[in-house]
Ligand binder design. Sequence first.
Ligand SMILES: [Mg+2]
Length: 383
Amino acid sequence: MKITDIKSFVIRAGLPVSYPHPTASYVADGAIFLEIHTDEGIIGFGEPGPYGGKLEDIQKEIADLLKNIFIGKDPFQVSLLTVQLENLGIPAYGNTPRQAALAGISQALWDIVGKSVGIPVYRLINQTGEVKTKIRAYASGGMYYEHEPTELFVEEAILAKEQGYTAWKLRPQTPVTASHFERNKHPPKVDIPGMVKILEDVRLAVGSGMDLMVDLGCRLVTVDDALDFAIRVEDLDLLFIEEPIPRILVDYVQLIQRSPVPIAGGECFVSRHQFLEWLPALDILQPDCNLAGMTEAKHVLQCAQQEGKGCILHNWTNDINCAANLHLAASSVSCVMVESNTTCNPLRSHLVIEPFVPIDGFFHMNDKPGLGIEIDRDRITTQ
Ligand SMILES: [Mg+2]
């Protein structure tokens, strides 16, 4: 089989104008997906991370560079993705729009191989039969503007519990101005006592039977700030604190040695090499197929298993990438849970036919070949 074309599409959500709460930045700015076509008529789908850079830069990487490399190649060489590129003298890692595109290509190649042999990707990755057919999901929301009432966090956590979730994650108050990328460059200060109070209120409301987590989005400044926060929330029995400080390796190495609460991170990493470097700096690894790609993330999960590290997949974008993450999680014993984005996203359930949606707090795998999804061409508008 030979690859004949790679096409990429930008999709936009069309949010209701009056929507009062923050959304993931790709809901307003647009997301991207790709198709790999083959000479046997099989089409594979992939979703590059919209956080890999400007969507037009990701599309340009595909159109100007990657398409020329992959056309004519055999999709069954999927596991050689990195090696192929390095042999061609093109560094696979270090350019984030390119990496986002490669991650999408990696998903689509696995999809094609699965479809070609008639096997779901999770059973292809792990052929021992020791796969999971249901995967624990955590509700990932708790995203409100700084001026909104803090009771909203409590109401949402209770709703998640009523929906059957056994774990819920929240974020600090979102500033009205500043995009995701600006917030990353210049993190707005977090009101630490206010944040601790919200977590205390939520714990009181949901009781002890629910796991709680907080994603600080690198918004605290120093290791001491993060330790101060961790000590203040120690008694609330949080499952983890995600990315409390900027992504500086030596700081995280210090932090996990002293923090009473486990520290999670890795959503922005693009390769197994980065995760290996960060193993001494994180308690819980959070790879995501939309930046790491399926092949690299598969190696990260194997490494986590060997090193005894917990792995909870980051999974914040749309239905194609969600499917890729779930197939990976289903194939691995080291992945204990997958994120389920519960914030408002009209793209969810519109991009693919029969998307993976958690029921009673669990994602359920199906036996369809490949990633088990098809694009809903009647319902999406691309450009
Ligand atoms: Mg995060």
